[in-house]
Design a protein around this ligand. Structure first.
Ligand code: XMP
Length: 511
């Protein structure tokens, strides 16, 4: 990312590192996260960062295990903002003293009083901040002054304006800190002198130029799942390498209604991409026959996917590079364990190890999900595709309880399509919403006849991160219409239930 002004978020194990980077990017400045022990001073100096933010972390600076960096980082001449643990570490590295706060821990919304300084430009004297700490700075290092306090913390912020080094005990990146966003902006623009011109247009243009050059004459293969990430990656690479890109789309027969055709229409017809669709429904169904155990279903689909993809790419002849839709949270998550391991895309997990490529191309590896969506829209991908709700790699296989058959998959496709149509038609878009075909049949009555049909469950959840989720409060009349349409239009279904379990204790998917 040459030529872009950027901020380094040095990660000391805090839970808000992604949020900090996100907040910086929202202000139009590119931010990247690096674990504190995975980047040396030389590299920091070479990269030309405009500023460094030290994140929070769970430790006390005096713990033998606590993460530290080289104190010379304070002398590089690059502005620094320490947050929470990062604030204490900055004070410690500069020669200050840290101790447990006298009144015990401070946690939650806290009134803070600030003094005039570059970080608090335009911020009222008292406001609310978000605190979460046990230790605090007791003796300030030379050259620093306390510029904020709370009832329980005499040094809620410190400043060395000459060296452009600041620290805040609270968390400016969370929305509970009333003026947190303004404080970060003061740091970025007032202290670091950033321009704030990081925009998606630049990203597309720069990335395309980069790959035009580095992949000149190379053949590139992309495993397209139809999901947001792989679709945007494919569209971007198509712009860079044109018809040297081939997209392989494996239809495993567990896709939603019309999904395969929609993906094909976008890429083959609208974008004119070399598009190979493999209809492998029968191959997958025969492998799945008689399998009931959910993890076994996942494993079969994952492995078979690789086999099909391998067969097809061999048939296509030698390709040099494989495109993956890895996005930034994937990179950061896996980097916490070992920066060199990068989580593979869900649907193509394991591919690089079994196939013979010169290299892997991950054009989205610096972007967050909403940035990926913005790039997709700018590239001209349809809104429907770009705003798609998450869909698991194994598809409907984990939504058909018990044995999977083509008949059951067809039933579920119809039910799921009706439910989605009714919700979307009513303007309701929970985080994820779908239907499940249970393995229960029950007795019903239609006209004068007894029926014995499938019970389907409707599931809709609201969530920010899918780690926890709440069931969506869908208006009864919308559920009523969906239920009536499902039992009228899908002959083998005579009962519809709505899942009102949150996660935990349930999961979003039924399997
Ligand atoms: P759970 O069911 O674990 O789902 O609460 C959380 C989110 O992950 C998705 N999910 C998967 N995605 N392969 C995927 O690519 C899978 O095997 C898989 N299982 C669950 C799920 O749809 C939800 O968004």
């Amino acid at each position: 990312m040459q030529g872009t002004e950027k901020i380094l978020v040095l990660d000391f194990g805090g839970q808000y590192d992604l949020l900090i980077a996100r907040r910086v990017r929202e202000r139009g400045v590119y931010a990247e996260i690096k674990p504190y022990d995975k980047i040396g001073l030389d590299e920091i100096a070479k990269e030309g960062y405009k500023g460094i933010i030290f994140t929070g972390g769970p430790n006390s600076v005096y713990d033998p295990e606590s993460p530290h960096c080289d104190p010379k980082i304070l002398s590089l001449g690059i502005p620094i903002l320490g947050i929470c643990y990062g604030h204490q570490l900055t004070a410690y590295l500069a020669g200050g003293t840290i101790a447990p706060a006298l009144d015990g821990s401070e946690y939650g919304k806290t009134e803070v009083t600030v003094e005039p300084c570059a970080l608090f430009e335009g911020i009222p004297e008292t406001s609310v901040c978000w605190m979460s700490h046990t230790d605090s700075v007791k003796v300030l290092p030379d050259g620093f002054r306390a510029v904020a306090h709370t009832a329980g913390c005499a040094c809620a912020a410190m400043a060395n304006e000459e060296k452009k080094i600041f620290g805040v005990q609270f968390h400016p990146e969370v929305t509970h800190t009333e003026y947190g966003s303004k404080m970060l902006a003061n740091f970025l623009f007032g202290v670091c002198g950033c321009r704030g011109d990081w925009v998606m247009d630049d990203f597309i243009e720069r990335t395309v130029k980069e790959y035009e050059k580095s992949l000149a004459g190379k053949r590139v293969l992309c495993a397209l799942s139809g999901g947001v990430d792989s679709s945007v990656a494919a569209a971007l690479m198509h712009r860079a390498v044109g018809d040297r890109l081939t997209c392989v789309f494996v239809d495993h027969g567990m896709l939603r209604k019309n999904e395969g055709d929609e993906v094909e229409t976008v890429f083959r017809d609208r974008f004119g991409v070399n598009f190979v669709r493999i209809n492998a429904e029968e191959r997958f169904l025969s492998k799945l026959a008689g399998v009931i155990e959910p993890e076994k279903k996942r494993k079969i689909i994952g492995e078979e996917f690789i086999r099909v993809f391998e067969d097809e790419s061999r048939a296509l002849g030698k390709t040099d590079y494989l495109v993956q839709g890895t996005i930034y949270p994937d990179v950061v998550e896996s980097g916490k364990g070992d920066a060199s391991t990068i989580k593979s895309h869900h649907n193509v997990g394991g591919l690089p190890s079994v196939m013979d490529f010169e290299g892997i191309v991950e054009p989205l590896k610096n972007l967050f999900k909403d940035e990926v969506r913005a790039v997709g829209l700018k590239l001209g991908l349809p809104e429907k595709l770009v705003r798609r709700q998450p869909f698991p790699g194994p598809g409907l296989a984990v939504r058909i309880i018990g044995e999977i058959t083509k008949d059951k998959a067809d039933v579920l496709r119809e039910v799921d399509a009706i439910f989605r149509e009714e919700l979307e038609g009513a303007g309701i878009r929970p985080s994820q919403y779908f239907a499940v075909l249970t393995d229960t049949r029950s007795v019903g009555v239609m006209g004068d006849a007894r029926t014995y049909g499938y019970t389907v469950a409707l599931r809709a959840v609201t969530t920010d991160d899918f780690m926890t989720a709440d069931w969506a409060r869908i208006p009864y009349d919308v559920l009523e219409i969906a239920s009536r349409r499902i039992t009228n239009e899908v002959k083998s279904v005579n009962r519809v239930v709505y899942d009102i379990t949150s996660k935990p204790p349930a999961t979003v998917e039924w399997e």
